[in-house]
Design a protein around this ligand. Structure first.
Ligand SMILES: Nc1ncnc2c1ncn2[C@@H]1O[C@H](COP(=O)(O)OP(=O)(O)OP(=O)(O)O)[C@@H](O)[C@H]1O
Ligand SMILES: [Mg+2]
Length: 471
C-alpha cells in the first residue's frame, strides 16, 4: 500500500485554538467538539485571561463570546487585530447580539456562530480555516528548514540522478520526480532549486494530498476578501508569491480531475485568477512535481490527465528504493549519525562507531520506509546506544532475538493491546480494499466509506507509522 510517510505538517494536531467564554458549559462543549478533530484547544473564562494566554503561546484560531463580564468579545477582537494580525477570530453570539456580530465582521472577525451551535458547521469551519492556516505556516517555514542539508549519492544509479539534477537545474523546465515514499523526492526538488540560477528566489512546496481541492485552489491561486467564509482579507497565492522561483507540487497524483484541469491552464497560460476576482494575473515560476505512484500508469487508467502529465514530465527523475542502492547505506549512515548528534546533544559528543555486524544488518535490511526509515533508525540507535559502538541490538531491526522477543510479548499481550491490534488489522484491510476499488483516489474512497477526506488520511498515516514502527 502506498501511504504517505512523513508526519504531516498539515495535521490538524498542529493547530492551536483558544475558546473564550464565561459560561463553563459553552467552553467545555466547544473544547470537546474541536478537540475531536485532533486540534490543541485551550480555554479562557474571560477576555483578560485570553490576552494573557495569547501572550504566552501562539494561537491560530480564537472563538470568543461577545458578551462577557469585564472586557467584551468586541474589545478582544480589536486587541487581537492590532497585535496578532494572523489570528482568525470567530465570534459566539446569542440571538440578541447577531447585529453586533455582523458589524464585527466589518472589523476583522472571520465568522460568527449562533447558539445553539450547529456542530457540523463548526467542524467544517475549523477544518477549512485550519488547513489554510497550516498551509501558510508551512510556506513561512520553508526558508528556515533544510539549510545545510547534503545530498548523498554513491554508485552509478545515484551518479546518474546527480547528473540529471545538475542538467535540469540550469533550465527552467518542469520536472517530475518519482520514487517510493522516503526516497528523497523533496530533497531532490530542493537540490534542483538550490543549484539553479534562481536559488535566491523562493522555493515554495505544497502537499496536494494533504489539502482538500478548494484549499489547494485558494492557496495556489489566492483569493479576494469575501470570496468564501473565512476569507477575511485578500490573500496572494503561491504562484504569485514565488516570483520567478520554484513551486514544488508534492503528491501531485492526488489532485482531483477538476483541479488537474485548472493547473494545466496555469501551466499553459502562465496566468492565474484569484478566487472571487475577475482579473487574470501573470505569474512566473518553474514547477517541480513529485509522485510516489507511477503517474504514467495513472494516465493509462484514466486517473490522471495525459496532457497535464506531458506538461509536468518534460524532464523525469526516478529515485530508486534504498534497497536498490545499498552502496549508499554506509555514507548515509555516517551522515545521519553526524547530523543527529549535532542536533540532539548539547555538549561536544564523541561519535560512536558502527560495529561491522550492525553495518551488515543496515546494508541487508529491506527498508520499506527507505531513507527516512534509515534516518529514524540511526537517530534512535544514537540515543539508546550507551557505549562507544552501535551494535545490531541498538538498531531495532527484526532479527532472531527480536522475533522471539515479540513472540513472547504476544503470549503476554493485554486485552487493550489485542484490541488495538485487531482494530489496526481491520482498518488496514478496509483501507486497502476501499483504495483498490477507487484506484487510490482518496476523495472517492472517503466518500464511499462515509468519512471526511482528512479523517481517512489520518487513519492512513497512523497505519503507516505503525507499519514503519514494526518493521
Ligand atoms: N540522498 C540523500 N542524502 C541525504 N539525505 C537524504 C537523501 N535522500 C533523502 N534524504 C533524507 O531522507 C528523508 C526523506 O526524504 P524526502 O522527504 O525528500 O523523501 P520523499 O521521497 O519526499 O518522501 P515522501 O514520499 O514520504 O514525501 C529526509 O529527511 C531527507 O533529508
Ligand atoms: Mg515528500
Amino acid at each position: 500500500m502506498n501511504f504517505q510517510t512523513s508526519p504531516s505538517p498539515y495535521d490538524l494536531a498542529n493547530l492551536n485554538v483558544l475558546v473564550v467564554d464565561d459560561q463553563e458549559d459553552v467552553r467545555g462543549g466547544l473544547k470537546r467538539l474541536i478537540s475531536s478533530l485532533g486540534c490543541q484547544v485551550e480555554t479562557s473564562s474571560s477576555a483578560e485571561d485570553a490576552l494573557q494566554a495569547l501572550k504566552a503561546k501562539p494561537v491560530d484560531i480564537v472563538f470568543t463570546d461577545l458578551k462577557m463580564g469585564g472586557m467584551s468579545g468586541e474589545e478582544l477582537l480589536k486587541e487581537i487585530n492590532q497585535r496578532w494580525t494572523d489570528i482568525v477570530v470567530v465570534l459566539i453570539t446569542g440571538h440578541g447580539t447577531i447585529e453586533l456580530a455582523v458589524a464585527c465582521l466589518q472589523n476583522g472577525a472571520s465568522h460568527f456562530l449562533t447558539k445553539p451551535f450547529d456542530n457540523k458547521e463548526i467542524l467544517a469551519f475549523v477544518e477549512r480555516v485550519g488547513y489554510g492556516v497550516l498551509a501558510k505556516r508551512q510556506v513561512k517555514n520553508q526558508s528556515k528548514r533544510k539549510k545545510g542539508q547534503s545530498f548523498i549519492a554513491v554508485g552509478n544509479k545515484m551518479r546518474r540522478v546527480l547528473e540529471l539534477v545538475e542538467q535540469v537545474a540550469q533550465r527552467k523546465v518542469p520536472v517530475l520526480i518519482e520514487g517510493a515514499s522516503g526516497t528523497g523526492k523533496e530533497l531532490v526538488a530542493r537540490e534542483i532549486h538550490n543549484r539553479s540560477p534562481v536559488s535566491e528566489k523562493p522555493f515554495l512546496a505544497i502537499n496536494c494530498i494533504a489539502l482538500p481541492d478548494s484549499l489547494l485552489e485558494s492557496e495556489l491561486f489566492g483569493y479576494k476578501k469575501g470570496a468564501f467564509t473565512g476569507a477575511h482579507k485578500d490573500s496572494t497565492g503561491l504562484f504569485e508569491q514565488v516570483q520567478g522561483g520554484t513551486i514544488f507540487l508534492d503528491e501531485v497524483s492526488s489532485m482531483s480531475p477538476l483541479f488537474q484541469g485548472k493547473l494545466l491552464r496555469v501551466l499553459q497560460e502562465k496566468t492565474v485568477r484569484p478566487l472571487g476576482s475577475n482579473a487574470e494575473k501573470h505569474v512566473d515560476f518553474r514547477v517541480i512535481a513529485a509522485s510516489n505512484q507511477g503517474l504514467k500508469k495513472l494516465v493509462e487508467k484514466g486517473d490522471f490527465r495525459e496532457d497535464l502529465y506531458y506538461r509536468l514530465q518534460v524532464m523525469n527523475i526516478f529515485l530508486p528504493a534504498l534497497n536498490e542502492r545499498q552502496e549508499c547505506i554506509p555514507a548515509l549512515t555516517s551522515y545521519f549519525l553526524k547530523q543527529a548528534s549535532s542536533e540532539f546533544f548539547y555538549e561536544e559528543y564523541q561519535l560512536p562507531k558502527i560495529s561491522p555486524a550492525a553495518m551488515d544488518a543496515l546494508s541487508n535490511h529491506t527498508w520499506p520506509g527507505n531513507i527516512r526509515q534509515l534516518e529514524n533508525t540511526i537517530q534512535r540507535a544514537l540515543i539508546i546506544n550507551k557505549g562507544e559502538t552501535i551494535l545490531p541490538s541498538h538498531l531495532g531491526l527484526s532479527d532472531e532475538t527480536s522475533v522471539s522477543e515479540s513472540l513472547l510479548e504476544q503470549e503476554l499481550t493485554s486485552y487493550e493491546e489485542s484490541k488495538k491490534q485487531a482494530i489496526e488489522a481491520f482498518q488496514s484491510e478496509y483501507v486497502q480494499t476501499i483504495l483498490q476499488r477507487t484506484n487510490g483516489n482518496i476523495s472517492h474512497a472517503a466518500e464511499m466509506c462515509g468519512l471526511t477526506r482528512a479523517a481517512l488520511q489520518r487513519i492512513m498515516r497512523k497505519l503507516e507509522q505503525e507499519q514503519i514502527r514494526t518493521n
